[in-house]
Write a protein that binds this ligand. Structure first.
Ligand code: PLP
Length: 380
């Protein structure tokens, strides 16, 4: 028997109440049993997105939600500005190109933070601008409010990848005038993978009605109309919706602001603990970086090797470096159903495994420093 620990930024651990809801007997999606859950879940989603817009639900991953945005907004040759500073930003360039957009790629080095001035300069003439709120591959959380404002001033629609940020760090769909916000069920929303959630503004629906690419399943207007009548266009993932409903209830019971504060505290605890051990951060050392902490492997250690050892010998799963960071960094997620004991466990496991690999790190300090930093945040 082995206990397993999941400390990744998605999928994330799922609370037992949510798992229990997903395991309940299947109900028919056109009957009253489901309709009650469906309506409540859609209402809760609007609260968590902080929007009056319908939040469209697709059985898909986050990438599917993003593809829905590109499909609804891209007529061949439409200009789009894609802002990237890591793996997910680059994915959106690939999606936009796949749909025949004339995509201008404002590409930063991985780990950089996009600047509103650059976006403002490059957005002129673009029908839409894609932004990544939390670039999970690097740990950087961008200032989406400022970036969106620069894009709007240039006359573009704003499409935001909030896959790892929604519910974790502040995001105001309506107040920041975000035309499209996409997330997935498997991150801060504490639900298994499988639901893509997309809010779209009236301006985005108008642009979709006036053009876009050929589409059927991902057609926003079809899903919006069906959801408004609580009569889903296609069979929803009823078990995932039941789970998401419970998870959103938990989020709203604590309150979004309390969630955001908890994530900032966890981020700070993780960074301080890692530094105390003598490790160097890859992600920025600031409280905005509250989703995932990316840490450089010490000299001479391959981070993939470290992760294998953690998994095989200690039952602990962390996230690897992606793309150009493969083998160089490892990532500890702290969104959703995480507390400071999870941070202490993750750091203690890293400390142990690095010692086993012969890395020169300071032992016995990371967990203590993490708890201390967690408390200092509250006292500040
Ligand atoms: N964007 C970001 C920022 C992510 O973290 C992820 C998660 O892996 C995705 C997009 C892609 O989501 P999915 O894997 O659900 O398609």
């Amino acid at each position: 028997m082995e206990k397993r620990y999941l400390f990744t930024p998605g999928p994330t651990p799922v609370p037992p109440e949510v798992l229990a809801a997903t395991a309940a007997p299947i109900v028919h999606h056109r009957g009253p049993d489901f309709r009650v859950v469906y309506e409540r879940c859609l209402t809760r989603l609007r609260e968590v997105f902080r929007t009056e817009n319908e939040v469209l639900m697709f059985v898909a991953t986050g990438t599917g939600g993003f593809e829905s945005a590109v499909a609804n907004l891209t007529s061949p040759g439409d200009r789009a500005l894609v802002v990237s500073a890591g793996s997910f930003g680059e994915r959106w360039a690939a999606v936009a190109n796949a749909y025949g957009a004339d995509a201008d790629h404002l590409r930063y080095a991985w780990g950089e933070t996009p600047s509103p001035d650059d976006v403002g300069e490059r957005a002129a003439g673009a029908k839409y601008v894609t932004l990544v709120h939390s670039e999970t591959s690097t740990g950087v959380v961008a200032d989406v409010e400022a970036l969106a404002s620069a894009a709007h001033e240039a006359g573009a629609l704003v499409v935001v990848d909030a896959v790892s940020s929604l519910g974790a760090v502040p995001l105001e769909t309506d107040a920041w005038k975000l035309d499209v916000v996409v997330t997935g069920s498997q991150k801060a929303l504490m639900t298994p993978p499988g639901l893509a959630l997309v809010s779209a503004s009236e301006a985005a629906y108008e642009a979709a009605a006036a053009g876009g690419a050929p589409r059927f399943y991902f057609d926003w207007a079809r899903t919006r109309k069906a959801q408004e009548a609580l009569n889903a266009a296609f069979t929803p993932a009823v078990s995932l919706v039941a789970g998401l409903d419970v998870a959103l209830g938990m989020v709203l019971e604590d309150g979004l602001d309390a969630m955001f504060e908890r994530h900032a505290r966890l981020g700070r605890a993780c960074r301080e603990g890692a530094k105390a051990m003598g490790l160097e951060l890859f992600s920025p050392d600031n409280d905005r970086s509250a989703v995932v902490t990316a840490i450089r492997a010490p000299a001479g250690v391959d981070s993939d090797e470290l992760l294998l050892l953690l998994r095989d010998r200690h039952g602990v799963t962390l996230a690897p470096g992606q793309g150009e960071l493969k083998g160089k960094v490892f990532r500890i997620g702290h969104i959703g159903w995480f507390d400071v004991f999870d941070i202490a466990s993750a750091l203690s496991a890293v400390e142990l495994a690095l010692t086993e690999l012969g890395a020169p790190i300071e032992r016995g300090v990371a967990a203590a420093r993490a708890f201390e930093a967690y408390d200092e945040f509250a006292a500040a």
